[in-house]
Design a protein around this ligand. Structure first.
Ligand SMILES: [Zn+2]
Ligand SMILES: [Zn+2]
Ligand SMILES: [Zn+2]
Ligand SMILES: [Zn+2]
Length: 732
């Protein structure tokens, strides 16, 4: 199947829901086409709506109730996305229903914020800095209602308070950022000396002598503006002067070393992106030269090894074309780069999203968030799936004019070469547009529901102000322009292709900093990755994924010989799920029959798997089965020669030692070394056992995946500052 490069485990919630529904309908075994269709329907529905409580479900059923059989029959005759959009838009049921649904918005008053700040001050006096951080940080989300001076001052005070907390937590760079923001937000003139003194201290702690000196000097100037009593003023002046005098003499080289340390993205994950093995591929810039793309009628486009691939090599490193954070993570992760928040900066308007830095906030505010800001609460309330969010984001992150300009080119009948465009030029919309939609396999009912979701998203887009006035009819929401129809059709197309081409984004969570094995991957968002989209699926994948923020890194976990297919995994892995379950979930969600080695041979899951000793205990000469002669010797049943038990057992002992070494290195936290040893182990084992599933080998690949995961964005519950804030957070 073309471009079916997807790995998308349904969120746990949905899997459970899926299971419950299955039980209810008695669909544990698929034995009839009807049931399979039902199951496929269920999986497809989940790509539209994930939350039970959202209003979209009611909205859709209200529409469906009013649609007559003839009207639905008419819908099934529509051949293109454009025709479907136009047909559904003209149904009276849509407009009647539209009127009965009103958006709801969360609100937060300035009073609440003042109360929160007072609680923060109290915790601060009691020296509970972590609690204080939590209490103060929520204030940053405050609204600037009509630019009211009182509101701005409240915000400035909240930021100033938080900067004091951050100093105590030794987060100096973040403290400086909060001080700067506070000074920009109408912090009272008479007290500015305090902030500049604090800023001087932070720069001093960061070794930035020149900046510290400047801040102390400004603090002294500001003291002149203060309303302190003469004695207190004198006291302050002496203190600041003393701090300034204590600074080491100016040393420019020393300063330049620390040039970046007060950068306000100090919060962000600073892990560098890994190098691709043997360099970047000139045809596929985000992939390594070790990968090549192949095409055939059965498998569509997929990757093969252009070179022998060894375990632990970086094959792809790719930023998403578009990515959306799960709404449930809005208060714990940066809305833009997905890192955990320490001292979040809220969107000043919607109060619903938070950023790790000024850079992330400005980048989002100047692109997609300027449109999404006003509709975000409505989207959350609708219970739209995360894929619906991305369908919209693909538009809001770009410029409306660019989509209009590209229209003619996009709508030309696609030739095969166009598909390649997405991997060749991962930043181009054309590649996304031409990813597989499988529209020829989609049922009428699926199309029907999807078209209404597209129209719902279109109405959100219209409300967001994304479509400029001359492209829409403001005076009458029933009218729709040709350009608006085009955007609604694009949304419908996105909803189809995202079902097969989106990837989950994970965060690597270590429950205990000392124990590498106490880890799990947590689902935090979804992205679309144009290069990764071309990987085929195997229930025994050759690669693993980890994330640096939203950037996906694909590394090999097996040896792949030159010319062989390199496959990733879309969800079900053979070691954990039986054949029928795997086939069912791949059919349901991705609409194909898996033909991988594990499926063809119905390999057992971990529990029923052969262990290494059984397989490797064989004749050292011909690998035939051996039979014990006595304590020292065994005879080969094939070549009839006798061998020493010692010689027969040696390979098992040697390779077991290697495995134990790798485990010890992992326990010591020596990840790089552990990865190298595991690589050697996997290579040796694969040579010895070939394509037979062996428990120890698969466990080693699992361990390798775990080690590689530590290179990605990590979150350690016992050391992260916001742990308290996250667990205490009662915001909905
Ligand atoms: Zn960020
Ligand atoms: Zn906003
Ligand atoms: Zn399979
Ligand atoms: Zn033999």
């Amino acid at each position: 199947m073309d471009t079916l490069g997807v790995a998308f485990n349904e969120p746990k919630r949905s899997q459970e829901k899926e299971k419950k529904e299955k039980e209810k309908n008695g669909m544990d075994e698929i034995d009839g086409l009807g049931q399979l269709t039902d199951y496929r329907r269920l999986c497809s529905d989940l790509t539209l709506q994930t939350k039970k409580e959202g209003f979209f479900k009611d909205y859709l059923s209200a529409i469906v109730e009013q649609v007559s059989d003839e009207e639905f029959e008419g819908f099934t005759k529509q051949q293109t996305d454009r025709d479907r959009v136009v047909y559904c838009w003209t149904l009276p049921a849509l407009h009647k229903t539209m009127k009965s649904f009103q958006p709801s918005y969360r609100g937060k008053s300035a009073d609440e914020s003042i109360k929160r700040r007072e609680q923060g001050n109290e915790a601060f006096r009691e020296k509970d800095y972590r609690k204080a951080l939590y209490e103060t940080q929520d204030n940053e989300g405050i609204v600037l209602l009509e630019g009211s001076l009182l509101e701005r001052t409240t915000l400035a005070l909240a930021l100033a308070n938080r900067s004091a907390v951050l100093v105590h937590l030794k987060e100096f760079a973040l403290a400086i950022r909060d001080i700067q923001l506070s000074l920009q937000s109408n912090y009272p003139e008479k007290q500015r000396y305090k902030l500049y003194d604090r800023m001087g201290y932070c720069h001093q702690q960061l070794g930035e002598t020149a900046k510290a000196r400047l801040a102390y000097t400004i603090a002294l100037d500001c003291l002149e503006e203060s309303d302190l009593e003469p004695a207190a003023l004198d006291n302050w002046r002496q203190t600041v002067e003393k701090s300034r005098a204590k600074l080491p003499s100016n040393n420019p080289s020393n300063n330049s070393n620390n040039n970046n340390s007060n950068h306000s993205t100090a919060n962000a994950n600073t892990n560098a992106l890994p190098e691709l093995v043997s360099g970047a591929n000139s045809n596929i810039p985000n992939a390594s030269k070790s990968l090549a793309m192949e095409v055939d009628d059965n498998s569509g486009r997929y990757y093969v090894a252009a070179d022998d691939i060894k375990p632990g090599q970086t094959l792809v490193c790719e930023k998403p074309y578009a990515a959306c954070l799960l709404p449930g993570k809005f208060t714990s992760h940066c809305h833009h780069c997905f890192v955990r928040l320490i001292a979040p900066l809220g969107c000043l308007t919607c109060r619903g999203v938070f950023y790790c830095s000024v850079e992330c906030r400005d980048e989002a505010a100047s692109t997609y968030h300027q449109y999404e800001c006003g509709i975000i609460d409505y989207m959350i309330a609708s219970g739209s799936s995360i894929l619906s969010w991305i369908a919209l984001r693909i538009l809001t992150k770009g410029k409306m004019e660019d989509f209009l300009e590209a229209r003619e080119e996009l709508e030309k009948d696609g030739d095969g070469g166009r598909l390649l465009a997405s991997a060749r030029n991962p930043d181009s919309y054309s590649g996304i547009y031409h990813l597989a939609t499988l529209s020829h396999l989609r049922s009428d009912k699926d199309f029907f529901d999807r078209t209404f979701m597209a129209l719902f998203l279109f109405q959100c887009l219209r409300a967001s102000g994304y479509l400029q006035t001359r492209f829409r009819y403001e005076e009458d929401s029933l009218n729709i322009t040709e350009d608006e129809i085009y955007f609604a059709s694009l949304l419908l197309r996105h909803l189809q292709l995202l079902q097969f081409n989106a990837h989950e984004i994970h965060e690597f969570v270590q429950l205990n900093e000392k124990n590498m094995r106490s880890t799990k991957t947590v689902y935090i968002g979804v992205g679309i990755y144009p290069t990764v989209a071309f990987f085929n699926h195997s229930c025994r994948p050759d690669v693993a994924r980890y994330f640096l923020g939203t950037t996906m890194v694909i590394t090999s976990t097996r040896c792949v010989k030159r010319g062989q297919m390199v496959a990733e995994n879309y969800g079900p892995i053979f070691t954990h799920k039986h054949l029928t379950d795997r086939q069912q979930s791949l059919q349901g969600r991705y609409w194909f029959n898996c033909q991988c080695l594990a499926c063809q041979n119905d390999w057992p899951i971990y529990d029923g798997m052969t262990d290494m000793e059984t397989i490797l205990t064989c004749c050292p000469l011909c690998r035939g089965t051996v039979q014990s002669v006595n304590d020292s010797y065994a005879r080969c049943l094939k070549c009839k020669k006798q061998s020493l038990w010692e010689a027969i057992r040696r390979p098992v002992e040697e390779i077991t030692t290697l495995y134990q070494t790798a485990m010890r290195l992992m326990d010591l936290g020596q990840v790089d070394k552990a990865i190298r040893v595991l690589g050697v182990y996997i290579e040796m084992m694969e040579t010895l056992v070939a394509d037979v599933p062996v428990r120890e080998l698969l466990l080693a690949q699992e361990a390798l995946r775990l080690c590689l995961g530590t290179y990605g964005t990590k979150y350690c519950a016992t050391t992260h500052l916001t742990m308290k804030a996250v667990t205490n957070n009662t915001r909905k």
